[in-house]
Design a protein around this ligand. Structure first.
Ligand code: ATP
Ligand code: MG
Length: 410
């Protein structure tokens, strides 16, 4: 297993950072700071260096510091056979520049061959509690990290649906035979690309199901059995591309009349969902808060193992504000899984979190877009401080802080 870690991050006009740089430890790095100082923004910059785009911004322009013309992120990554320098730049006019080792231009999708990250945020709860669209986005981001081809299929599939929908509206009044004639090439393309997407999703979900079940057993220590199930919008018998494409085409033919009336493509990967069950019961509808959090954490840990298995690298873990959300047992288990295994960047508003970090953790404070290295000796603050003081803080700040902590950003 290759050792891959970020040794340094340099930011120019990224979010609320004018100029900032930080040298990281290959193990645990803890970033402390009050709300709205730039903790999440720093983790986001590492994510962008790995994915070429943000997981939370609706447009790249949101990432550019207000009133500035462009941003630049430089990430120095230690890896075998030699370290690399990744650079992601974006100008407000929409010019994007991604470079490897200062000179070679690469595409955003290629960054993940040099750096993989897994982000943990309180927003991950949307994986269970959110819409099917949230779950599809999770799957797509995850699979794209290990498969640039999948990233491409998703994009082609999305465009095909849009164009086919436009055509459905156009031919609605045409004689049925003519409408079918015009739609058929689009059906073929939709089924061909869609079937690849479905087959890959089925494969990955089966993997998450197995690994998620094991992770869930480790972190909860309870007998409850977690299952991750694919709920595809097109039913198929065998999970191979040909048979899925056949089933998909049959479904399109079957829905022809209704689709012409509604003017939308009613089946396909854009209507898929994923179901989480504990002992056979839907976690979204019946799970307690704690069960929902354990489910999400288990699936994220499964994602870490998935990426590791498919890339041969240990991903860098970005834990944004999640420790304080977990009870002691789950926090201890999470840290135990992470320590010594992965480079990890952890943020917290709570100085008490220093106390639960292993002695070798490097501690930083972030204050209004400035990053300072701290000389704090871990262990000086009692471990309870991490969770308890945070919940007080959350109460004082009201709903926007509870909704994910980045209110006012987008
Ligand atoms: N493009 C931008 N230009 C300048 N400032 C920005 C930009 N985008 C976001 N910000 C600001 O960055 C600040 C810090 O945001 P960030 O989400 O990193 O805070 P945080 O330290 O994670 O806080 P919390 O503890 O509440 O999660 C916010 O106040 C936001 O207004
Ligand atoms: Mg934050």
């Amino acid at each position: 297993m290759g050792a891959m870690w970020v040794s340094r991050i340099e930011l120019t006009d990224f979010r609320n950072y004018a100029e900032a740089s930080v040298s990281l430890d290959p193990g645990l790095n803890l970033f402390l700071g009050l709300n709205a100082q730039g903790k999440t923004n720093l983790l986001e910059s590492v994510y962008v260096a790995s994915a070429g785009r943000s997981y939370r911004a609706s447009s790249d322009a949101d990432l550019v510091r207000w009133d500035r013309p462009f941003f630049r992120i430089v990430a120095k990554v230690e890896r075998k056979p030699s370290p690399v320098r990744l650079e992601v730049g974006y100008s407000r006019e929409g010019r994007r520049l991604i470079r490897l080792n200062g000179t070679e231009k690469i595409r955003g999708a290629e960054l993940s061959s040099f750096l993989n990250v897994v982000m943990f945020t309180p927003d991950d709860l949307a994986l269970v509690k959110g819409s099917p669209g949230d779950r599809r986005r999770f799957l797509d981001l995850e699979i794209s990290q290990v498969s640039p081809a999948y990233r491409n299929w998703i994009s082609v599939y999305g465009k095909t649906v849009t164009q086919r929908n436009a055509l459905l509206k156009q031919v609605a009044g045409a004689p049925p035979v003519r409408a079918t004639q015009l739609l058929e090439p689009w059906d073929d393309q939709l089924a061909a690309v869609g079937a690849r997407v479905i087959a890959r999703r089925a494969e990955v979900i089966a993997y998450l199901d197995e690994l998620g079940r094991e992770a869930h057993r480790r972190i909860t220590g309870t007998p409850g059995v977690l299952a991750v199930r694919y709920v595809p919008s097109v039913q198929f018998e065998a999970p191979n591309v040909q048979s899925i494409a056949r089933a998909f085409k049959a479904r399109l033919a079957q829905n022809r009349q209704v689709e012409l009336i509604r003017g939308v493509t009613m089946s396909g990967p854009h209507r898929d969902d994923v179901l989480f069950q504990l002992d056979g019961v839907n976690v979204a509808t019946f799970g307690s808060q704690g069960q929902q959090r354990s489910t999400v954490l288990s699936v994220k840990l499964a994602e870490v193992e998935f990426i590791q298995a498919h890339t041969g690298d240990r991903p860098v873990l970005l834990l944004d504000d999640v420790l304080s959300e977990l009870d002691e047992r789950r926090r201890a288990h999470l840290l135990a899984e992470v320590v010594g295994q992965y480079q990890t960047l952890v943020t917290s508003v709570e100085p008490g979190c220093v106390g639960i970090m292993p002695a070798r953790a490097r501690v930083f404070t972030i204050d209004a877009g400035k990053i300072h290295t701290e000389e704090v000796a871990p262990g000086v603050v009692p471990p309870e401080g991490c969770a308890e003081r945070h919940s007080e803080q959350a109460r004082i700040q009201g709903p926007s802080a509870l909704a994910g902590g980045d209110a006012g950003v987008e």
